[in-house]
Design a protein around this ligand. Structure first.
Ligand SMILES: C[S@@+](CC[C@H](N)C(=O)[O-])C[C@H]1O[C@@H](n2cnc3c(N)ncnc32)[C@H](O)[C@@H]1O
Length: 210
């Protein structure tokens, strides 16, 4: 399946009210990022239902931003949610959001480059197009989009059999051939593609250098 078109992030006709209510929980200085960068509530609830198989499921949100998906996932579904986020300014607000919503015991936020974690320690992964748009202008660009998406593809290929992956608006690359697409929808009122994939193949070898 080809990646979604890169020429838009979000339809402007998004269902606003739920997200506007949710945004009130965020610090003022991070609210302006919501419409473009954080998963809409409706999509987060759907993603959580697709990612969490049982209360033992460990889910990694790759580029967790302000923690919206992890918090909504923990509220609406089972499992333990870990968010990895490169920007320090987003990590404490994410933990604070989880505390405010009473899900701090099933969420954890790590300030790190997503590629410094071993993704194979998780049963399920969530990606909302993490590498396409920079959040803050004053942060120097890291690896190129092409390099990061190639790295994601290698990491996905190395996931164990039955690993679940949910993407919202893709991740910039194509899923490895070992994955089967199990579910797809365009989130109503939001206009973003949500896809759920499952690893059917044998994991290829991954090393920390990948
Ligand atoms: C589109 S936002 C999605 C946030 C969150 N997952 C959500 O859906 O609400 C992408 C996030 O990925 C983060 N990000 C981008 N590259 C990253 C990397 N290499 N390691 C960790 N976080 C990264 C960005 O800082 C941003 O917060």
């Amino acid at each position: 399946m080809s990646p979604p078109s890169r020429n838009r992030r979000r339809c402007t006709c998004r269902s606003a009210s739920l997200d506007e209510q949710f945004d009130r929980l965020l610090p003022d200085e991070l609210r302006h990022l919501s419409a473009t960068h954080w998963t809409p509530v409706r999509a987060a609830v759907r993603a959580a239902s697709l990612l969490t198989g049982s209360k033992r499921t460990r889910i990694l949100d790759i580029g967790s931003g302000v923690g919206k998906v992890c918090a909504i996932g923990a509220l609406s579904g089972q499992g333990t949610w870990v968010g990895v986020e490169q920007h320090p300014a987003l990590v404490e607000p994410a933990a604070e959001l989880a505390r405010a919503l009473g899900v701090a015991d099933r969420t954890r936020f790590v300030q790190a480059d997503a590629f410094s974690l071993d993704w194979t320690e998780f049963d399920a992964l969530y990606l909302y197009n993490p590498f396409e748009l920079p959040l803050f202008r004053d942060v120097p660009p890291g690896a190129s989009l092409a390099e990061q998406t190639a790295q994601v593809q290698r990491r996905l290929a190395a996931m164990p059999s039955c690993a679940r992956v949910v993407t919202l608006h893709g991740f910039g690359g194509t899923m490895p051939a070992s994955y089967e697409l199990l579910y797809h929808e365009v989130i109503p009122g939001v206009g973003l593609d949500l896809a759920m994939w499952i690893q059917r193949g044998h994991a290829v070898t991954w090393s920390a250098a990948s």
